[in-house]
Design a protein around this ligand. Structure first.
Ligand SMILES: *[C@@H]1O[C@H](CO)[C@@H](O)[C@H](O)[C@H]1NC(C)=O
Ligand SMILES: *[C@@H]1O[C@H](CO)[C@@H](O)[C@H](O)[C@H]1NC(C)=O
Ligand SMILES: *[C@@H]1O[C@H](CO)[C@@H](O)[C@H](O)[C@H]1NC(C)=O
Length: 438
């Protein structure tokens, strides 16, 4: 039986408590659906850069840190994906009900894009905390974690800090709080207060009031972070901001949708409880979640040019808080071996590969048996040197030293090709993004 097999796997992984590097319970990809490519493909136009205008690759410290930090962010992923009892597992073979998309303009929440050279590093929005309102604070929007935090009495942090003593509605707890992320770690204590974002207000929202922050976070444009995954993986164990909006019946649908613009500070957005049809070029295709923990979906294939097909059995986490795309090292190596002339690029780190800039590529990721394109504009991170024939590829390789050998992290690089809808009832929807126009 599917369920008892899963429970067995979950229990054994909880009991053995390995650190990270073992495979996660099988994603149960099941049958690979044969499909008529012409009707299912999203038809992104190929967008090779004319090589004269290709940017130079800049090994941004943000990216270098992300490679290191992802191991920490997903350190306990096997424990987390192995659900503690009491959380619901969404069966991959039952149809989730269709919720018609809606647009509610007031809940469209602008995001800013922090980008460097040609890489979109981080997307963030504005929130305020406390009574009277403190802020505006810049908050990283992260679907790859489930805690909210803001600095408070943090000596090394910059100005954007909450002051618990200045808020009449702030409730302190005596619980400590700490979380690791791809880009660093934070610790502090758990508090509750009013939090507002996008004109939506949650009273007694739990968050970490953080007084210690690793160096990695200093120098970023953001003050705090909002986790948008399921609270089953929250360090605090408390409902997320989005879950509180649902709990208080403040949204017309149990979804949020994310549009990530490319290389421009303004224009990105988060739609709470809605689907903004002006950000999509076509229909949504849904992929059922493996579990209500992370936004995790089964990944069964990677294809290049419709000719090279690499069949995989990966658990893919859809993570707006990660900049690039990360595969286990053997999968990354199989992927690059389909591109003649590609090679590892240890000069940037063990995670990197280069490939011939002139090779126009048509890359697809297959989730739950459906294929989704990733634009070359995002895959190509730039030339290794001026007029070099080699470009750095945006698919990075993580060895199993602290990273499960069947986990893929699908970051902003892929999500820029798709307007993405996160349905709390157990699925993720991808519609071709307006970024794919012209
Ligand atoms: C923050 O600092 C203020 C003033 O020093 C102090 O009263 C308050 O208790 C501190 N808050 C925390 C959470 O440590
Ligand atoms: C991972 O789990 C261990 C043991 O439960 C815990 O001490 C640690 O804080 C967790 N680390 C992260 C990054 O969540
Ligand atoms: C992909 O297709 C393009 C155009 O058809 C071709 O130029 C390129 O060499 C192909 N790349 C690979 C890796 O097959």
């Amino acid at each position: 039986m599917f369920f008892s097999a899963i429970i067995h796997l979950l229990l054994s992984s909880v009991l053995t408590r390995d650190i990270g590097a073992k495979p996660l319970a099988s994603p149960r990809v099941g049958r690979v659906i044969s499909l008529d490519r012409s009707s299912r493909k999203t038809h992104l136009r190929p967008m090779p850069h004319p090589s004269s205008t290709l940017p130079l690759f800049y090994p941004d410290p943000f990216i270098t840190r992300e490679c290191r930090g992802l191991r920490r962010k997903y350190l306990n992923v096997s424990d987390n994906l192995a659900l503690p009892s009491g959380f619901e597992i969404v069966s991959t073979d039952s149809e989730a009900p269709f919720i018609p998309p809606v647009v509610i303009a007031p809940h469209v929440f602008p995001l800013k894009d922090y980008y460097s050279e040609n890489t979109d590093l981080e997307y963030y929005g504005i929130a305020s905390f406390g009574t009277p309102k403190q802020g505006p604070f810049s908050i990283d929007i992260d679907t790859g974690s489930a805690d909210l935090w803001i600095p408070n009495n943090c000596t090394e942090c910059k100005d954007g800090q909450f002051k618990d003593t200045k808020s009449s509605t702030c409730k302190r707890t005596d619980k400590s709080f700490s979380v690791c992320y791809g880009s660093g770690e934070v610790s502090g204590i758990l508090m509750q207060d009013v939090v507002s974002m996008a004109g939506l207000k949650v009273y007694d929202q739990f968050f970490g009031a953080v007084y210690e922050i690793s160096d990695d976070f200093l120098g970023l444009p953001t003050d705090g972070l909002m986790g948008m995954a399921f609270s089953s993986v929250a360090q605090s164990g408390e409902r997320t901001f989005f879950e509180n909006l649902l709990y208080n019946n403040m949204l017309p649908a149990r979804i949020f949708s994310v549009y990530l613009a490319r290389n421009q500070e303004d224009g990105s957005e988060l739609c709470f409880g809605c689907f903004d049809t002006t950000k999509a070029l076509g229909a949504v295709r849904w992929v059922k979640l493996l579990s209500k923990t992370y936004w995790s979906v089964p990944m069964n294939r990677i294809s290049v040019n419709d000719t090279a097909l690499i069949d995989v059995e990966l658990i893919a986490i859809i993570d707006t808080g990660t900049t690039l795309v990360y595969f286990p090292d053997d999968v990354a190596s199989d992927f690059y071996s389909t591109i003649p002339g590609s090679k590892p690029a240890p000069q940037y780190g063990s995670e990197f590969y280069t490939y011939p800039c002139s090779a126009p590529l048509d890359i697809q990721f297959w989730f739950g048996g459906q294929s989704f394109d990733m634009s070359n504009l995002d895959f190509n991170l730039g030339m290794t040197a001026l007029n070099s024939p080699d470009c750095v590829g945006g698919i990075l390789s993580l060895d199993s030293d602290g990273f499960p050998p069947n986990l893929a992290i699908i970051g902003d690089e892929f999500l820029k090709s798709h307007y993405t809808t996160f349905d709390y009832d157990g699925r993720v929807g991808f519609a071709p993004s307006i970024n794919n126009k012209n």
